[in-house]
Design a binder for this molecule. Structure first.
Ligand code: GDP
Ligand code: ZN
Length: 358
């Protein structure tokens, strides 16, 4: 049937897709899966000069309109970038919905303090935060239940899996459907094994991209989205794997579900309470992660002082106009509110330079 044949340049219309990889001046765009006849196809695109001129760049996760498609060569041109609903700076990912932190129940042993640090960092993105505990085959049911109970006190319901035994992987795959999920966690927990289990056809790792775009795809700075069979997209995040805390002391309490819960039902005497040694504080108490909070508070005070001694980051691009129409670029929660498009562009420029130097 005509509908199933590949469109030719002459009958192609503008199509919408998601940027799944970016390097130098190219981006790989996956056409929306539900697009008739060409859904899921990968198109290697340049950006229309007009977009380049006004400084609109496309990053991984961006929703874009493409045109001038050459179906033979799978090439096209990005002509518009949709407004983003979220933006991570490191790694640069647009429109992510959730951060999935992967930990192992054993080998390496779960470290509550490190996990807490990852959780706070993940919470600071403003995205939904989920916790996945791998290697359940290495612990007893009782140990597993103990951890789940403990984490429930922290405010999290972990997804327990064993990539080795195939436990929970299908359920996780379904859960990640229709979303962009950013994976994070330190090495050795089984993130690569999990990615491979979630995406059985590992050829999908943009292996079809030739030349410049394929170079450096194993470098740590490179971000790429992988498509799950269920349609979701996942990004592994090299930049996220060292959870250095960079948030202000006033933002920090919001990153602990336990504190959010306490402040939802009661108030401290002082509205700017740091929950350290002020009188009549409803947060201070003997809950498990309170010592972690105090530790991170000291870090965040140091971070803020350091920031105040540096020049301010430019942040004047919350409204942009790429089509003549005014476009609103949504602000993100917490520190990501302060990350301008300028910063993102810088990250990409650095990446391009790195690749050019290869
Ligand atoms: P990454 O550094 O987070 O990407 O971790 P890898 O995927 O490289 O896995 C680290 C090690 O853990 C490898 O030896 C894997 O075979 C092993 N591993 C991964 N998942 C599991 C699991 O569910 N159970 C067990 N016992 N080992 C696992
Ligand atoms: Zn307080």
């Amino acid at each position: 049937m005509q509908q199933n044949s590949t469109p030719t340049a002459s009958n192609s219309a503008r199509l919408v897709g998601t940027v799944i990889a970016v390097q130098a001046n190219f981006c790989q765009v996956q056409i929306d899966p539900d697009t008739l006849a060409v859904g899921g196809k990968l198109i290697l695109c340049t950006r229309r000069a007009r977009l380049q001129k006004i400084g609109v760049s496309a990053i991984v996760g961006d929703r874009v309109t493409i045109d001038e498609i050459d179906w033979q060569g799978s090439k096209g041109v990005v002509v518009d970038v949709f407004p983003r609903h979220s933006l991570l700076d490191r790694p640069p990912v647009a429109n992510a919905d959730r951060v999935l932190l992967v930990f192992a129940l054993a080998e390496p042993a779960l470290d509550p303090f490190l996990m807490s640090k990852f959780l706070v960092k993940a919470e600071s993105t403003g995205l939904q935060v989920s916790l996945c505990l791998n290697k359940s085959d290495l612990v007893t049911d009782i140990q597993r239940q103990e951890w789940c109970g403990r984490l429930a006190e922290w405010g999290y319901q972990p997804i327990v899996i064993s990539v080795e035994n195939g436990i929970g992987v299908k359920e996780l795959q379904i859960e990640l459907d229709r979303q962009i999920t950013v994976f994070a966690g330190h090495s050795g927990v089984g993130k690569s094994s999990l990615t491979n289990a979630l995406i059985p056809d590992s050829n999908i790792r943009v292996a079809t991209v030739s030349g410049k775009l394929s170079r450096g795809r194993h470098t740590t700075r490179h971000v790429q989205l992988f498509t799950l069979p269920t349609g979701g997209l996942i990004a592994d995040t090299p930049g996220f794997n060292q959870p250095d805390l960079t948030c202000s002391p006033t933002e920090l309490p919001g990153y602990f579900p336990e504190i959010r819960q306490r402040l939802a039902t009661a108030h401290c005497q002082f509205s700017d309470c740091t929950h350290r040694d002020e009188p009549n504080c409803v947060v201070r108490g003997d809950w498990e992660r309170y010592p972690h909070y105090l530790d991170f508070l000291a870090d965040s005070i140091a971070w803020e002082q350091q920031l105040q001694s540096q020049p301010k980051i430019e942040n004047n691009l919350k409204q942009k106009s790429s089509t003549g129409k005014k476009q609103y670029e949504p602000k993100l929660e917490s520190k990501y509110r302060q990350i301008s498009r300028h910063t993102i562009l810088q990250s990409l420029d650095e990446l391009s330079e790195e690749l050019d130097d290869d």
